[in-house]
Ligand binder design. Structure first.
Ligand code: ASP
Length: 362
């Protein structure tokens, strides 16, 4: 039997030959490799380093995702995440481990900044896949996870500003636009002004990884839609939607409008498309097309009948090919859509494949 160490070191030498000339986003087929959302660049880099050191791909992606969960400047995940309507941060996460075909998840978890670690504990120590709300919190406490206030001052100010601007007919007065708090200004710069008006605004971190011998894992973590209804759960903690792994085929995950992904089980769909021979990128585009075909509600469509919301998919195959595709080429912040990749060529952002040019607008 080839030792894991030997295998990893020979895999680490191979990539350059495969990667030569591979255009960005087509996925060179190098192993180990990590693909993920653009806010997960450092996370992907760490996950790759862990796998290169022989760490299991699930532990590697969780370590990467923990960086984003711990970062108060990422206001879409973990500590510092944008709270719900009531000003309470509620987190969702899931993990899936290819070699054992097991998964775990938590939803509407309050007070615990690393929901991905709790999801792994659900996977490893219970007969269940998904724990939610107070039950998930109780489980985390029983397992020694520290309970913390996840609402940072910045997130609180952003939430308050949202509340003050909700309606001209309530008892809140609109703050002076010329005297915006720096925290609010920074939020607008990073996430776009529409993040206040548009309750679909979002962010999440997803990582999918394939190690040197083709073992796969995925992890998704989020604070969900900004200012969501208390108890609202999107796709991120749902196995088959926000993340799905089949160790014989690949791993896939999503960020963006979770409701749209839930309706097509995007993670599972992409893995099945890869099983049928589609490349990771084309499988991601297939999922976006499915959403475009099945989104019927007028309020969700632009004047040309296209889904007027952001949603993205990420995938890696067992051979180490990777890909990503997004509905709109431009993010709500105005920046071009990109995704994170880490392999023997280093960690980098690559341009996203997309279904429609421009920005989602109703
Ligand atoms: N997919 C996440 C959710 O629906 C949020 C996001 O990525 O925008 O909760």
């Amino acid at each position: 039997m080839v030792s894991r160490r030997l295998f990893l070191s020979s895999a680490a030498l191979a990539p350059f030959a495969h990667a030569a000339g591979a255009p960005a986003g087509t996925g060179g087929g190098d192993r180990p490799v990590v693909v993920g959302s653009s806010n997960g660049l450092k996370a992907a880099e760490l996950a790759l380093a862990r796998m290169q050191a022989g760490v299991d791909p699930l532990d590697a992606v969780i370590a990467g995702v923990n960086l984003v969960e711990d970062d108060p400047n990422d206001m879409s995940v973990g500590y510092g995440g944008i709270p719900n309507e009531d000003g309470v941060v509620q987190l969702d996460a899931c993990v899936m481990h290819g070699p054992t075909a097991r998964a775990g998840a938590v939803a509407s978890l309050e007070g615990i900044k690393n929901p991905s670690k709790v999801a792994k504990a659900v996977m490893e120590t219970t007969d269940h896949i998904l724990l939610v709300g107070p039950g998930a919190r109780r489980f985390a406490e029983m397992n020694g996870f520290p309970v913390e206030n996840l609402l940072t001052d910045k997130a609180r100010k952003v939430w308050l500003y949202w509340k003050q601007n909700l309606s001209a007919k309530d008892k809140w007065l609109e703050p002076d636009a010329a005297k915006l708090d720096p925290a609010v200004q920074e939020f607008i710069r990073d996430y776009g002004r529409d993040s206040f008006r548009d309750p679909r605004s979002h962010g999440t971190v997803h990582l999918s990884a394939c190690d040197g011998r083709g073992d796969l894992a995925g992890c998704t973590s989020t604070s969900g839609l900004f200012f969501k209804m208390p108890g609202r759960v999107g796709d991120s903690p749902i196995i088959g939607a926000g993340c799905f792994v089949d160790n014989a085929v690949g791993s896939a995950g999503s960020t963006g409008r979770g409701e749209a992904n839930l309706l097509i089980s995007g993670g599972h769909l992409i893995v099945e498309r890869m099983r049928a021979g589609r490349s990771p990128k084309d499988a991601c585009l297939d999922a976006l097309r499915r959403i475009a075909e099945t989104t019927k509600e007028k309020r969700l469509l632009d004047d040309r009948g296209r889904p007027a919301f952001p949603i993205s998919f990420y995938a890696v195959s067992k051979s180490g090919a990777y890909g990503m595709a997004t509905m709109w080429s431009t993010r709500p912040s105005g920046k071009p859509a990109q995704f994170a990749v880490a392999d023997a060529r280093g960690a980098r952002l690559e341009a996203a494949a997309f279904l429609y040019e421009g920005m989602a607008t109703i």
